[in-house]
Design a protein around this ligand. Structure first.
Ligand code: FES
Length: 566
């Protein structure tokens, strides 16, 4: 029964938790309020079909009829069983929501570390201890400016390096005297409940309320991670004097409260270019009152502060030869140094590499199939966490495509070939690969790869491969001229180099030259925190970066089509 304020009670099963929400909340809003993670890659638009829950109205009261999105995404049997799309089902009475295993957001594997090389500490923050009449006073300096003072001699100074990613957020608490990480904390970006990709979040932020929600969540997660890291390290957060932030342009803008509407459509114009500094207090961070947040430069559009951090980690500007650095995600960032020149572009790969818009796709979390082989006529796979599989992550999908090609179960155009022995069968939407039968999964249904999934992968890989091809052409070189390719991010960490080359995602080269550099964004942020020399390097890249606007390239479609085949 609604209470006097028109609030209803929603209970969650099997969690046993209850929350009060206003009438008119969707089931997804209720799960967010209840702190229960439900997948919602499309951000509640009703298009991904991943937020399935079972609804039980109390006191036999009915629920609103399923809407068009639900009728499209759910089978008759599911509807009969009370399954609804959490983002579409509007609640009007007390009810219970059961969250099935395959809709639950599981523990995400967050890549914290990356390629680290020694950085001599030369931070922006330093201490100056003065003695007068036998009494010592410690001054904290930011550059040459005194920003704080304490009685006595206190040499401790700390900083936090943040990678504010679309999916995950990492914080390294750094002892600025030593330049070393003393504690690291990680979290899922709380904004994921409003969509997996930045464009969906930008749409959500198109209302003032939605924008404020995004800004609050971005600041909250960063603040929480800093405080957690301080707690775990036994450091007073007031001794954190500087925060350095890396993150894609959209996350950066949310964090600083900058408008994001220009990023939602071509030509993807950011509200700010270059680096940015703001008082930490204004951004709600519980650190020293005089602390500041410095964000690495945004070069152009989505070639943002995360790309600047990757450039630092891969020493792109300092490398004397020809090196490429790529970060493969929803928006792939590709940078190249060749003959002393730096080039950069972004390529909209879409969310397939992150497992979204793939029928059994999921992010790299517990239960995700991340590695697949085909031996003796059978597919074999590895599952993150060593549990029963729940879905396939991007790297697993790349392996599957490579193995299908090798086993001649798919042609170079990406067309599956019916072969029952090889596991290719007719499914409800055409041919599909049965990878794991229902009995061996944790989700009570088969894990399959459909023809449509393969098409999504083709589009994603063609976007990245076209970006690579165009940037090489711009520099007047060929893949053979590359000394190495540094691959950043979680996808780069899990991906099998041979599979990536077999499907044409990365140019064919000596596999030893493909180097995974882990969470290069977090490491780059740390470098800029620890050393003003590194920060100056990042700033100088701003002027040196030759940004290539792929969408503006006349031949982009042509190049894209050249890379659509495997
Ligand atoms: S269909 Fe509900 S979040 Fe995508």
């Amino acid at each position: 029964m609604p209470d006097k304020d028109d609030n209803i009670t929603v209970a969650f099963q099997p969690d046993g938790r209850k929350v009060k929400v206003p009438i008119g909340f969707t089931a997804l809003d209720a799960t967010i309020k209840g702190g229960i993670g439900v997948e919602g890659p499309c951000g509640g638009q009703g298009t991904c079909g991943k937020c399935k829950v079972r609804l039980f109205p109390c006191e036999g009261k009915g629920l609103p009829e399923p809407n068009g999105h639900e009728l499209k995404a759910l089978t008759k049997a599911e509807l009969k069983d009370g399954i609804r799309l959490a983002c579409q089902a509007v609640l009007g009475c007390d009810c219970t929501i059961e969250i099935p295993k395959d809709s639950r957001m599981y523990k995400h594997l967050i890549l914290m570390t990356g390629l680290e090389s020694a950085t001599a500490p030369a931070p922006n923050i330093s201490v100056d201890v003065r003695e007068k009449a036998g009494e010592k006073t410690t001054y904290i300096l930011m550059g040459k400016k005194r920003i704080a003072k304490r009685k006595g001699e206190h040499l401790e100074i700390y900083g936090a390096a943040i990678d504010l990613g679309t999916t995950t957020v990492v914080c390294h608490l750094v002892d600025l005297r030593e330049g070393s990480t003393i504690e690291s904390t990680v979290a899922l970006n709380p904004q994921v409940v409003r969509g997996d990709d930045v464009i969906t979040r930008i749409k959500y932020a198109s209302t003032q309320e939605g924008f404020e929600w995004m800004v609050t969540k971005a600041r909250e997660v960063v603040g929480t991670l800093i405080v957690q890291a301080c707690d775990e390290a036994g450091v007073d957060p007031r001794l954190v004097f500087e925060v350095v932030l890396a993150g894609n342009t959209c996350m950066h803008h949310f964090f600083f409260g900058l408008p994001v509407d220009g990023l939602g459509h071509a030509p993807y114009l950011p509200a700010h270019i270059g680096s940015l500094t703001a008082p930490a207090k204004k951004l709600g961070l519980v650190v020293n009152a005089a602390a500041q947040v410095y964000a690495l430069p945004i070069f152009a559009g989505f070639l943002g502060a995360d790309a600047a951090a990757v450039a630092l980690t891969s020493a792109l500007d300092a490398y004397p030869g020809t090196r490429m650095a790529i970060d493969i995600g929803t928006n792939g960032e590709i940078m190249l140094c060749s003959k002393g020149k730096i080039y950069g572009c972004t390529s909209p790969a879409g969310p397939a590499f992150e497992g979204a818009q793939i029928s059994c796709g999921m992010r790299a979390s517990t239960g995700a199939i991340s590695y697949v082989t085909f031996e003796n006529g059978k597919f074999a796979y590895s599952v993150i966490g060593g549990v029963k599989p729940r879905g396939i992550t991007g790297s697993g999908l790349v392996d599957i495509a490579a193995q299908l090609l090798k086993a001649d179960l798919m042609d170079m155009h990406g067309k599956l070939k019916e072969d029952k022995k090889g596991g290719i069968r007719q499914g409800p939407d055409g041919l599909e690969l049965l990878l794991v039968p229902k009995a061996d999964t944790d989700i009570g249904r088969d894990i399959v790869v459909t023809q449509k999934d393969i098409r999504q992968l083709q589009l994603a890989k063609a976007a990245i491969a076209s970006g690579i091809s165009i940037i090489l052409a711009e520099a007047g070189i060929t893949p053979e001229d590359l000394d190495d390719i540094y691959v950043a991010g979680a996808f780069g960490n899990y991906i099998d180099r041979h599979s990536a080359m077999d499907i044409g995602l990365i140019p064919r080269m000596d596999p030893k030259k493909i180097v995974s550099i882990g969470n290069a964004a977090a490491i780059g942020a740390k470098r800029a925190l620890v050393s003003m020399t590194e920060r100056a390097r990042a700033e100088s890249l701003q002027g040196r970066m030759n940004h290539i606007d792929l969408a503006g390239k006349k031949d982009f479609q042509e190049v894209f089509m050249e890379h659509i085949n495997f």
